[in-house]
Design a protein around this ligand. Structure first.
Ligand code: C2E
Ligand code: CA
Ligand code: CA
Length: 708
């Protein structure tokens, strides 16, 4: 910081002359003008005195032995504090050369001999005053610069024509512009602004100046060392007495800290302090965005509105502190339930994303984006309802709570945020009315559909243990001999209340809940045991084909299960076939291919099921180890009608045979179809024409009688 300046009561003049008489006269003149004075008789002495005493004014004779006045003047200027002292040269001659030399050496003024003593005193007084003013100005300039530096503030000026531009050193420092080139054109003042903003910023400021308006712009700059700063640049117009714009005065300020603080506040404003979940504000923002993206991509999403049942009672009984702890626990549970990878029941949808927010009090809301069907929302709701009621141990109080959930679906239940929120809310009330601890869709029809589905899903869990599954067998017939050569095992669910349920009505549920893995295992084991029973009762070998679901095909340990089942039943692998669909093959990852290879190592026969319904590409038949092609029944059913289907069937047969595969036709329902397919060279077939899938004992009778 600059020190406070204290001035002498009387200014001090240093009179330097080798002529003692002249010194005396000069001192007298200065005393008369109100100065104190001291004397030096040579340059070196003057320098020495200056350093000790720091006079306000030096009267310096030019012609002196040893060191002349010019030299002494220059030397003093170089000394500490020598910049601001007023130096008056006393020249012997009034010649221009010495005047020039005097100014060059740094003198402020000169007088020539013979000296007018009165004038000399006045001049000295005037110079001292000017010197002090100059010094004062200089100090305040320094002070300003220092203050600006502290305030991270810089200033600039521009004439209204935009030609003359000046700015402070601090301004340049803030903007990271090399301080060396202080004289820069106005536009260069923006050289460090981030590229995306630069043109807009300059345009904005220039147009404000053109239309004589004050302005205030925020922008970011990047310094050479990659530091980023937020800059606020403000400009005001400075008018002269005639009312014309005389100058544009501007200030640049480093507002980085402010901006960071703002960001921090903004973040805090978006999250709930108690649970750390998003708050209503952030949620609404995200909801609006979700509506836009879902609209664009024609996607569906769900809102789950959640309210804890009788939360008020917890608060009233145990106090707010315990209530708060419970809310924290619940939010933890919600996070857990919505992290699909953690859940035992597998992902809800493959690419769905969830946002959980606390709306306030005991109300929470969930956004489940990109759902394929409303049931996905129901799965999450069920998970939550299942997880939340666990007993919470809150500082010694054991508290249990349940929740009611209302669900609305975009776009079916509303196309804007307000409508969707309202409908989810009213569905939530409906859930409360229907006995709490449950969920309700806004649309009644969805409630019924998902409820049925839910109870089925629950039932599947017990079906395996309760031995409710059975296998039916559909005979496979050799077309040329019309003999039974094998059977396809097809699962049936004997539901205690609903009767027999066909696989198409429950297998997708089993897949979603992951139970399919257990079911597959059961099918393989049962089929192998069955085959063994037939072998004992019937001499000729009968093949048995099992369907393997493609769901997580590579993660089922299926090969191990099969080889265990084979050895448990002591069955020959030559009699077992597995049927997989084109879609399974197309999960063309390394793992799938690995599983197929392992199957081939077991010498297991692989049939490609429903051929023609998926990618219908014959070309990939060559790249997979497939032994049998099963032409999908949709071709067979239409084969009498459509020329096209016949061409396809012929092509499949030709292709399959050329690759050494057996071609099987599914869904033969009539004599005509039978004849036609036989004519095309199809090897084997199955269908209602021969027999529908039948129970095991019926199938054994077929085998024994040799008749269908
Ligand atoms: P899929 O493998 O194509 O099985 C043939 C389906 O066609 C069976 O239906 C069978 O009853 C039916 N079908 C047989 N002949 C005819 C006919 O002449 N006309 C008509 N219209 N249909 C006929 P099902 O038993 O309802 O099985 C449906 C699907 O469920 C099966 O299609 C298969 O993909 C799957 N599936 C069946 N059992 C199992 C199983 O044990 N495990 C696995 N993972 N999937 C199975
Ligand atoms: Ca099949
Ligand atoms: Ca099939």
């Amino acid at each position: 910081m600059t020190s406070r300046v204290t001035y002498r009561e009387k200014p001090l003049a240093l009179v330097v002359d080798d002529d003692a008489l002249l010194r005396l006269s000069m001192c007298a003149a200065m005393t008369k003008a109100g100065f104190e004075s001291i004397e030096a008789e040579s340059g070196p002495q003057a320098i020495e005195l200056f350093q000790r005493i720091k006079p306000d004014l030096i009267l310096l004779d030019v012609i002196m032995p040893e060191m002349d006045g010019f030299e002494a003047c220059a030397a003093i200027r170089r000394l500490r504090g020598g910049k601001y002292v007023q130096i008056l040269m006393v020249t012997g001659l009034d010649d221009t050369l010495s005047i020039e030399r005097a100014f060059e050496a740094g003198a402020n003024d000169f007088v020539s001999k013979p000296i007018n003593w009165t004038k000399l005193g006045h001049r000295g007084k005037y110079m001292t005053r000017a010197g002090r003013a100059f010094q004062e100005l200089n100090r305040s300039r320094l002070r300003l610069a220092k203050t600006q530096e502290l305030a991270k503030l810089g200033n600039w000026e521009l004439d209204p024509d935009g030609n003359i531009f000046r700015c402070s050193a601090e301004a340049l420092r803030l903007l990271g512009i090399n301080e060396g080139d202080r004289e820069i054109p106005f536009r260069d003042f923006f050289q460090s602004v981030v590229a995306q903003e630069r043109d807009t910023v300059i345009e904005h400021i220039e147009s404000a100046i053109k239309s004589s308006k004050p302005f205030s712009v925020n922008y970011r700059v990047i310094l050479a060392d990659k530091t980023r700063r937020h800059i606020l640049n403000r400009g005001e117009l400075f008018y002269n007495e005639n009312g014309d714009v005389e100058e544009v005065l501007g200030a640049v300020q480093d507002v980085t800290q402010l901006k960071n603080a703002e960001e921090e506040i903004r973040l805090r404003a978006f999250f709930d302090g108690l649970t750390g979940l998003a708050n209503r504000m952030l949620f609404m923002e995200r909801l609006d965005r979700e509506i836009l993206t879902s609209k664009r991509h024609k996607r569906s999403f769900a809102l789950l509105f959640l309210d804890l049942d009788q939360f008020k009672r917890v608060n009233d009984t145990f106090g707010h502190h315990v209530g708060d702890l419970l809310l924290k626990n619940v939010s933890g549970t919600l996070k857990k339930c919505t992290r699909s990878s953690d859940s035992a029941t597998g992902p809800v949808t493959d690419d769905s994303e969830m946002l959980i927010a606390r709306l306030g009090g005991d109300e929470f809301i969930l956004l489940l984006s990109d759902i394929r069907e409303p049931e996905n929302a129901a799965i999450v709701a069920r998970r939550i309802i299942h997880e939340i009621p666990i007993l919470h141990d809150l500082e010694g109080h054991r508290v249990s709570i349940t929740t009611s959930i209302g669900i609305s679906i975009y776009p079916a239940d509303g196309e804007d945020a307000e409508m969707l929120m309202k409908h989810a809310d009213s569905a939530m009330y409906h859930a409360k009315e229907s006995g709490r601890n449950n969920y309700q869709f806004f649309k009644e029809s969805l409630n019924i559909a998902t409820l049925e589905r839910f109870s089925l899903e629950q039932d599947i869990k017990h079906a395996v243990q309760n031995k409710e599954f059975v296998l039916y067998y559909q005979p496979q017939v050799d077309l040329s001999s019309r003999e039974i050569v094998g059977a396809e095992a097809l699962i049936r669910w004997m539901h205690p209340q609903k009767g027999m349920i066909l696989p198409d009505d429950f297998l997708h549920l089993a897949e979603e809940s992951g139970l399919i893995i257990e079911i597959n295992k059961w099918v393989v084991q049962t089929a192998c045991q069955q085959n063994e029973k037939w072998r004992k009762a019937f001499p000729a070998p009968v093949k048995i084909a099992v369907n393997l679901s493609g769901y997580r095909f590579a993660n089922q340990n299926i090969v191990e299960i099969i080889s265990d089942a084979l050895s448990d039943a002591d069955m020959d692998v030559a009699n077992l076939e597995v049927e997989i669909t084109e879609n399974t093959l197309m999960q063309n990852d390394k793992k799938t291919i690995g599983v197929l290879k392992q199957m081939k190592e077991l010498k297991l026969r692989i049939a490609l099921d429903d051929f023609g319904t998926g990618y219908s590409s014959l070309s990939y038949l060559t790249s997979f180890p497939v032994d049998i092609i099963k032409i999908d029944r949709s071709f067979v059913m239409g084969s009498m009608m459509s020329e096209n289907n016949r061409i396809i069937i012929k092509a499949i047969v030709a292709m399959g045979h050329s690759l050494g595969m057996t071609v099987v036709a599914e869904g033969i329902e009539s004599e005509e179809q039978f004849e036609l397919l036989k004519g095309y060279g199809v090897d084997e077939a199955q269908g209602f024409y021969f027999s529908p899938p039948v129970a095991e004992d019926t199938f054994l009778k077929f085998l024994q009688s040799g008749k269908l």
